[in-house]
Design a protein around this ligand. Sequence first.
Ligand code: SF4
Length: 279
Amino acid sequence: MEQLMLFPDMAVPDARAPETITWNLWHGCTKVSPGCQHCYMYRRDESIGKNPAVVQKTQAFPLPTMKLRSGPFKGKYKVPSGSLIYTCFSSDFFHPDADEWRPDAWRMIRERSDCSFFMITKRPERIMQHLPPDWNDGWDHVTIAVTCENQWAADRRLPLYLSLPIRHHSIMIEPMLSQVNLRPYFSAHRSGSGRCLIESVSVGGESGPDARPCDYAWVMDVRSQCIQNAVAFSYHQTGARLIKDGREYHIPREQQHSQAHKAHLDIQGTSLLDTIPAE
Ligand code: SF4
C-alpha cells in the first residue's frame, strides 16, 4: 500500500545528552611487549575457551553510524552528537589483521566528526601507513594514544609516535611496570607556542591474579614530570599490587579505581582521561 504523505513528519530537536561509550569494532589481538603479558582480553577469552589471538570484526562494527528506527528521534544516529567514543578496547586499532576493515572504520569516524574518538595503540610504527587519505595533519576529533608500560617501551615508541601528524597525543602508562622518564620527550616535542605535544598522561597499575607490582613512587614521579611541563595527568587505577612507602598492598579489583581516585592526584585537563571505562 502506498504510504500516506498527508502531514509531513515534524522534525524533533535532538535534545539527547552526549554519552561516553566503548566501540569495540574488532576483537582479538597478538602480544607485542611486556605490557601484554597479562592482557585482560586474553584472560577473559581463555576463560571461556575462545582463542584471543584471532582478530574478528564484531557486531558493533557499524555502531557510530547506526540510526534509530523508531521513537521520537527516529532517523537520528543511535550515538548522540557530542559523545566520547573509546575505540578498540579488546584489540589494537592498528593490528595488521584488521587492515581490511580499517578504511571503513575511518569512514565512520570521519562521518561522526560531531563526536570525539579516543584510541590506544602499542603499534605506533603502523599508524602512518594506515591513516585515511584526507588525514593531513590529523583530525581534531580523534586522539591517538600510545601505551608505554616501561622505559623500554617509551624509548622504543615515543620518538616515532611524537613525529606523527596527530592532533591530540596522549600517553598511557598502564600497566606501569617501571619508573618512566618522559622528560626528554616533553622537552623535545613542543608546538610553536611552547606547549608540549603530549597533552595528557594516564598511569595505572596492573590488575588480575598474576599482577606485577606498581610502586607509588613511580606514579608520583611521572605526576611531577607532568606538573613541570603543564601536561594533564590522571591516576587511573592502583592495580592489584601497590607498593607505597616500602609496604606492599593487595587491592581488591572493585577498589582499584576508587582507591586511585581517592589519592586525588589528577591534575588539570584530565576530564577526558577520567572517563575511561573500567575493564
Ligand atoms: S596490544 Fe593490548 S589488546 Fe593486544 S595483546 Fe597487548 S594488551 Fe592485549
